[in-house]
Structures are given as C-alpha cells and as structure tokens.
Design a binder for this molecule. Structure first.
Ligand SMILES: O=P(O)(O)O[C@H]1O[C@H](CO)[C@@H](O)[C@H]1O
Ligand SMILES: O=c1cc[nH]c(=O)[nH]1
Length: 239
C-alpha cells in the first residue's frame, strides 16, 4: 500500500531506514554507499532508495525539513511499511565551543519547546529519548570505524531564523543542549508511540560560537563519516 506521500510498494522499504533532511543527501548516500540502489519513492522530490550495505537491505529516504515533515514520513514508514529502525542523519548547528565543523554528534536526548508530542499522542514531556539499543549500535559502529562521537542533547527547534538569540540562553543553560536541528523530537515521539526504534546522528554544519559554516554542497556530500557510522549500524544484524 502506498501513502499520500510515499509511492513505494509494500516490501520495497527495508527494516532500517537512514533519514537525512535533504533529498540530495539521500541520493548521495544511495549512489556512493549502497549496492544496487533502486529509487522507490520520489513523490514531492523526497527521494527514497533501497539497496544493500554489506549485504543487508537498507533504505535511505529524506525527511524534508522540520518536525511536521519528518512527523509524516517517519509515521508512514513505521506504521504502513513496517519499518523497525529509523536513523536520522542530519546537519546541526553547534551551541558550544567544544564542537567544531564536521564533528559527528550522537543525540542521547532531544529537547524541544514544540507541542508535537502533546498533540500527536498526549505526551507532555519536552525531552524525548532515542532507542538505547540503536544508540549502542551507533557507538559500536563508530568505535569500529575509529570515528569520534560527541554525545549530548540536541535542541529540536521549529525556528531556523531568529530575530534575536535571547531564547537560546535558556535552551543552552537550562536544558543543556549542545546542538540545534529541527526533527529529532518528532521522530522520537513517533517511535515511542509506535514502539519502534529511532536515533539521530548529526554532523556539525555551523557554529553559533565561531560563526563558521559549511557550504550547501558540503552539507550534501561531505558528511561521509556520519553516513558510514549510520550504515555500519544499519548493517549490524543484531538490530
Ligand atoms: O541537514 P538536515 O538533515 O536537513 O538538518 C538540518 O538542516 C535543516 C536546516 O537547514 C533542518 O532540516 C535541520 O534539522
Ligand atoms: O544552525 C543550524 C544548522 C543546522 N540545522 C539547524 O536547524 N540549525
């Protein structure tokens, strides 16, 4: 059964899905890392490919930007395509000075001011958590590949452009957020409601401290260490 937003046929989506925000990052991962990638969805240009990595079926499909968008795509993958694991592979802004461009960051929590979890399932929590088992696989994969992982809380924000940065002080000081992106809280909320597994691995694309930033092409093509960690975890048969 296809959905309003996904034209893949039943069985065309693997049990584990890597989910970048950017459809072109989805295409890049599929073309550079998957064996025999097949385009299984392209509705709205949200590219989804299924292939294999080290012999294990893996799908890579974009989420689009923001919680409403990943809320739709991840719900449909979990609920209608029987996906077990979604690993978000995203970019993030660093709030703290210890993080540099291209550092790889594993979210051990997602804080958000969003009402997504409340409206979606009546959950009043503003901090939600990834799958501990999936995070353990990602840590194991990073160690195997010799890739350093920074860990901490991500701020899942509804706002990319801010009129001023006053609000961020509360997020950084009181909620201990180290990076900001825009999807993990909704992904974790859907996974919790549907009893599925979700995790988020991010690459630092810009810094709120140094004001350095990567280019759009680098965001699409250069975050390969994060991609390899996620793929290695996806191919871990014990998931
Ligand atoms: O690079 P992606 O995965 O899209 O993630 C980040 O980039 C977008 C904003 O530029 C938001 O989606 C944010 O979460
Ligand atoms: O600053 C940033 C960078 C990536 N994603 C965000 O949401 N914010």
């Amino acid at each position: 059964m296809s959905t309003p937003h996904n034209s893949a046929a039943p069985g065309q989506i693997a049990k584990t899905v890597l989910m970048p925000g950017d459809p072109l990052r989805s295409k890049f991962i599929a073309e550079h890392f998957l064996d025999n990638p097949v385009l299984v969805n392209n509705l709205r240009g949200v590219q989804g490919y299924t292939g294999s990595y080290h012999g294990v079926p893996v799908t890579v499909m974009a989420s689009g930007m923001g919680m409403p968008s990943i809320g739709i795509y991840s719900w449909e993958l979990f609920k209608f395509y029987d996906v077990d694991n979604i690993i978000r592979v995203g970019s993030a802004g660093a709030y703290t000075a210890d993080l540099n461009l291209f550092d790889v960051f594993l979210a051990d929590a997602a804080y958000s001011e969003s009402t997504y979890a409340l409206v979606q399932g009546g959950n009043t929590a503003h901090t939600l958590y990834p799958s501990a088992a999936l995070n353990a696989k990602l840590e194991k994969a990073a160690a195997k590949l010799g890739i350093e992982l920074h860990e901490g809380t991500t701020h899942s924000s509804d706002v990319f452009y801010r009129a001023n940065d006053g609000y961020l002080q509360d997020v950084i000081l009181n909620h201990h957020c180290k990076v900001v992106e825009m999807e993990s809280f909704a992904l974790f909320a859907n996974a919790a409601v549907l009893h599925k597994n979700a995790a988020t691995i991010l690459t630092v694309s810009d810094s709120f401290v140094t004001h350095q930033e990567t280019t759009p092409q680098e965001r699409e093509e250069s975050f390969t260490r994060m991609m390899q960690v996620a793929l290695e975890a996806a191919a871990d048969q014990s998931l």
